[in-house]
Design a protein around this ligand. Structure first.
Ligand SMILES: [Zn+2]
Length: 380
């Protein structure tokens, strides 16, 4: 794989430091910053002192899964009023925000309440191997897609969505280079039904010091398929979905959107590249251009999927997560894909992950994947 520049010249990247030492990076795609006519020199003057650290993680001996114990997160900001939004530019509200500038395009900064952080040294006292623990090393970042508090990803321009794609690739490349990091997960939670604590349009990035459970399951299946057939599981599943055709929603030159054959969630779609790539870093310029276009098309369809009693479309609460190859394992068998899923099973009705799903991980889906795909084609 050839090394690509951190960001194409259509975006200017300026890294700076917040008052407590956390890193903040501006990704400017508009003037006067893009050309360099003006440079970012703003200083965070808030009285923040100690750089936030993460706590510890403990291993569940019954499953082998790692759990981050982050009790400091209980105090994090919860649905603040608009004029106290920590993700709006500073200067408009009653208090300085996390972003010490009067305006921005896209900005990334280290989470003030991280589940994983580079400075973590917390360890437990137990020496029993069944009570294993480790410092929760890694990094958690926030990605603000726009300075417009009332926007959403689906209302971004195609040019701005394209900038976000570059930002995702930039962060994947940098975070993958950190010693402690084994996996980089980029995601967005949208809607209070999903548990969003800040309404400002933003996503998050978790760089974990281990390969998370579902990622490990995906890797196991991909490895077994590759050993048996010599082929990539993700590519063969895409071919099977194209052959079946009934669940395909969008077919582009570089990307395909389909509802998976065994969808778990009431609304679930996968957005996959047509070419075999392990992660976002490996996408070329044409693929990044089309990704911005196809993803916006998909989000517009999701926001028209349900209608309220008055016929008005309902903004779909969703989780969107990028499944990338782990940093050090299985990169030759992993294939990039985006999974978008919603807990809304009908207008005003949420699917709860109850006994079967939460207890034993056995999913029951009341909606046929073919019906979901038909509706998403209809509202295109
Ligand atoms: Zn805001």
């Amino acid at each position: 794989m050839t090394e690509r520049p951190a960001t194409p010249p259509r975006v200017r990247r300026t890294a700076t430091t917040l008052a407590d030492g956390r890193e903040l990076i501006y990704f400017d795609d508009s003037e006067p910053y893009l050309s360099g006519a003006q440079s970012r020199t703003v200083v965070d003057e808030r009285p923040l002192h100690d750089r936030p650290t993460a706590g510890m993680m403990r291993q569940d001996a019954l499953t082998g899964d790692w759990v981050s114990i982050a009790d400091h997160r209980q105090n994090r900001t919860f649905l603040p009023p608009t004029d106290e939004c920590p993700l709006c530019p500073s200067g408009g509200g009653t208090m300085p925000s996390e972003i010490p500038a009067h305006e921005y395009d896209v900005v990334v900064f280290e989470n003030r309440f991280p589940s994983f952080a580079s400075g973590s040294t917390a360890v437990g006292s137990s020496t029993n191997p069944l009570l294993a623990h480790a410092p929760a090393l890694g990094r958690c970042e926030v990605v603000c897609f726009t300075s417009d508090h009332d926007a959403s990803f689906s209302s971004l321009s195609r040019a701005r969505a394209r900038t976000v794609v570059d930002v995702w690739a930039d962060r994947t490349r940098e975070l993958s280079a950190l010693d402690a990091v084994e996996h980089v997960f980029i995601f967005e939670n949208r809607g209070e039904e999903i548990g969003v604590t800040l309404r400002h349009p933003h996503g998050q990035i978790y760089a974990y010091p281990f390969v998370p459970a579902r990622t490990a399951a995906l890797l196991r299946a991909a490895t077994e398929h590759h050993q048996r057939t010599g082929r990539l599981l993700g590519a063969d599943v895409l071919a099977a979905e194209l052959d079946a055709a009934s669940r395909v929603v969008i077919r582009g030159a570089a990307w395909t959107v389909y509802v998976p054959y065994a969808a778990s969630w009431p609304v679930e779609v996968h957005l996959v590249p047509n070419r075999d790539v392990p992660d976002l870093v490996a996408l070329d310029n044409d693929e990044r251009d089309e990704l911005a276009e196809v993803y916006l098309d998909l989000l517009h369809r999701l926001d028209r999927y349900y209608e309220g009693p008055d016929g008005a479309p309902i903004s779909l609460p969703y989780i969107a997560g990028w499944h990338q190859a782990p940093v050090r394992r299985g990169r030759d068998v992993s294939r990039l894909h985006l999974q978008v899923m919603s807990v809304l099973r009908a207008p005003g009705r949420l699917k709860y992950l109850a006994g079967s799903e939460s207890g034993v991980g056995a999913w029951i889906n009341d909606v046929s994947p073919e019906a979901v795909a038909a509706r998403l084609r209809e509202v295109g």
